[in-house]
Design a binder for this molecule. Structure first.
Ligand SMILES: [Zn+2]
Length: 146
């Protein structure tokens, strides 16, 4: 049991320093850090994170662009032009070749209103929607169909 405080060697500059020191008083480096190795590890983690986020976002963007996996589910401008007011949802489904997605459904006072959306074959975000009131097309709208 000496009177001197316990010492250790700084792993960076080899100075004799207090064994409890967290930062070397000579070279000022943080003795708790693993130096370069920690830097490399956090670099790898950041890169991996970017790759994962990139993949997820890419998937999301692709889904948005293509909308649906099956080409037959797209609505074309030609199909859109064949949709007339008064047609039933079933008749419209036959023209387009798919059921689309019911994006809105309201029922009140004996009226049942649904809005069905189909992804378009045109640019990203192109789509068409048809409003049916009591299963009879009452309105239609499209964006960017070809
Ligand atoms: Zn040091």
């Amino acid at each position: 049991m000496g009177k001197e405080a316990k010492t250790k060697k700084c792993k960076f500059c080899q100075s004799e320093i207090n064994s409890k020191a967290k930062v070397c008083p000579v070279c000022k480096r943080n003795l708790k850090s693993h130096g370069c190795l920690a830097g490399i590890f956090s670099f790898i983690i950041v890169i991996a994170g970017i790759l994962v986020i990139g993949t997820v976002m890419n998937g999301g963007i692709q889904k948005e662009v293509s909308g649906v996996a099956d080409k037959s589910e797209y609505i074309t401008l030609d199909e859109y032009n064949q949709i007339d007011t008064g047609m039933t949802y079933e008749e419209v489904q036959k023209i387009v070749g798919s059921a689309g997605t019911i994006s809105s459904q309201v029922e009140s006072n004996g009226y049942k209103i649904i809005i069905v959306t189909w992804y378009g074959n045109g640019t990203a975000g192109s789509n068409a929607n048809v409003t049916f009131t009591n299963d009879s097309a009452t309105a239609k709208a499209q964006v960017g169909l070809k």
